[in-house]
Design a protein around this ligand. Sequence first.
Ligand SMILES: Cc1cc2nc3c(=O)[nH]c(=O)nc-3n(C[C@H](O)[C@H](O)[C@H](O)COP(=O)(O)OP(=O)(O)OC[C@H]3O[C@@H](n4cnc5c(N)ncnc54)[C@H](O)[C@@H]3O)c2cc1C
Length: 536
Amino acid sequence: MQETSTLFNQNVSARVRASGEPPAPPISHVVVVGGGTAGWMTALLLANSKFGERLRVTVLESPSVGIIGVGEGSTPWLRGFFDGLGIEEREWMPACNATYKSGIRFEAWSTRPGYERYFHPFASMLDNMTMPQFVHNVHARLNGADVDAHPDRFFIANKVARDGLAPKPQRSFPFDIWYGYHFDAGLLGGFLHAKALQRGVTHVARHMDAVTLDEHGDIRSLALEGGQTLAADFFVDCTGFASLLIGKALQTPWVSFSDNLFNDAAVAMPTPIDGPIPSQTVSTALRHGWAWKIPLTSRHGNGYVYSSAFCCADQAETELRTRLGLLDSDVPARHLKMRVGRVTRHWNRNCVAVGLSQGFIEPLEATALLFVQRTAASFVEALEQGDLGEAARAAFNDRVNAQFEGTRDYIVTHYKTNTRTDTEYWRANASNTALSDPLRTLLGAWLAARPLVPGIAKGTFGKGYPTMSWYCLLAGVGLFPDAASLRPPTAQEARHDLAAIDNLIERSALNFPDHRAYLADIAPKVVERSLQMYQW
Ligand SMILES: Cc1cc2nc3c(=O)[nH]c(=O)nc-3n(C[C@H](O)[C@H](O)[C@H](O)COP(=O)(O)OP(=O)(O)OC[C@H]3O[C@@H](n4cnc5c(N)ncnc54)[C@H](O)[C@@H]3O)c2cc1C
């Protein structure tokens, strides 16, 4: 097993190909259009299939259209991507100025006293010893008992993040721990590009002018600038928000999420990083959206995601600059528009869309690369099973759509449960009734103090996120009866000794190294450069 594998993803290990000639693929040539993170991740997963070099993979990338260049946080699943390709952390992390991520700290989303901030932790096996007490206390509080049910007290990841530790415990620590990463999106793209070329992927740097369909409506070929034609039997649309193949050429219908996710724009700018390197993303609610703060070894990435219906680009930039102390600075800001929603069919005819071309749920929980990974891996699986028929396509689309809807509901819950009243933006979010039926049922169950586990386990609601995440979010924002109405707990309700949990977490944290020092051990030179200001 590789160094970076864990008990959580031990089934993900580098692919070892059977000796001898690889099997023949059901298609011989795939063209991936787009050289952003989605394009190169997809190309690498295709190149890693059981067909080896018998499956030709070409990435077509326009020299005149840049990549989006943001997207600096991941979920823990990204570990499985690198593990599956046999790429070690000590190789890719320093190359991408990457840091570890134990979870996300949410600041100022709630005004309920005691719940102005909370941490959404990535899981640890130690949680098995503290999660039951957390859920018990949550239900006691929902039933009116005055017990501590704030998630921050119950999870080791919160302590690791708060103390600037790396989620990489000593080998003797008997509990495995999940973590994600932060990274420079531009450097990650470059790293994946180089890896893909090493693994036999062909790169064509040429702008695509048009898509030619055959008489059945499938994609036949691509017309390139300069008059060349690029033909293949399958195409992957990684053209970003432009969605040139699945959207424009194949006219796949689009489902907008704008009725319950209002944000459609962002502004980003870097700041230096010095002192400890936190192993967390911080997401702070501002007047018309929220700001991310992401630590890399070379800089902090900062951005403000907002709704253009409530705030113009200048206002957003000024609010972000003021917050970062950059009002008089000439650090350039990058302004971006976001298209939030999804296509109805991610696999349509001989084309699969991966990345921003297939859809986007705003970046609050940094889930976009997870969709890239899952969609591309599912397609490789279908290829390996040799099943490209209508039923396989329908199952694929249902699965990806369910992931989008489940994740959308989790993100919407952050907005729906906010208690800010400072702007119309927050009031509109809190009073928004455009909720999916599953989310409505989940919130109903919570408010009635019914356990969420059966509904999540059955898939009735809460798809896409684990039980712990739902409990941390709803308890973290303090969606409980008013403090003034609480009564003293019964002996049964107060049966858990929270001092014992504090002690367990304190002692466990001694096994985790300082984050900056750990990263320096991976790549001393990278950390020495950490005070340099990053230039876009
Ligand atoms: C504000 C913001 C914050 C985000 N934060 C996160 C995050 O924290 N975590 C996360 O996982 N994701 C995040 N994302 C999403 C993430 O940035 C993307 O999912 C990721 O970068 C993949 O983008 P992409 O490859 O689909 O598109 P792009 O990076 O836009 O790449 C598009 C590619 O298509 C090519 N192309 C376009 N037109 C043509 C043409 N005519 N011919 C040939 N090639 C063409 C371009 O050259 C380019 O290579 C964020 C997104 C936004 C907007």
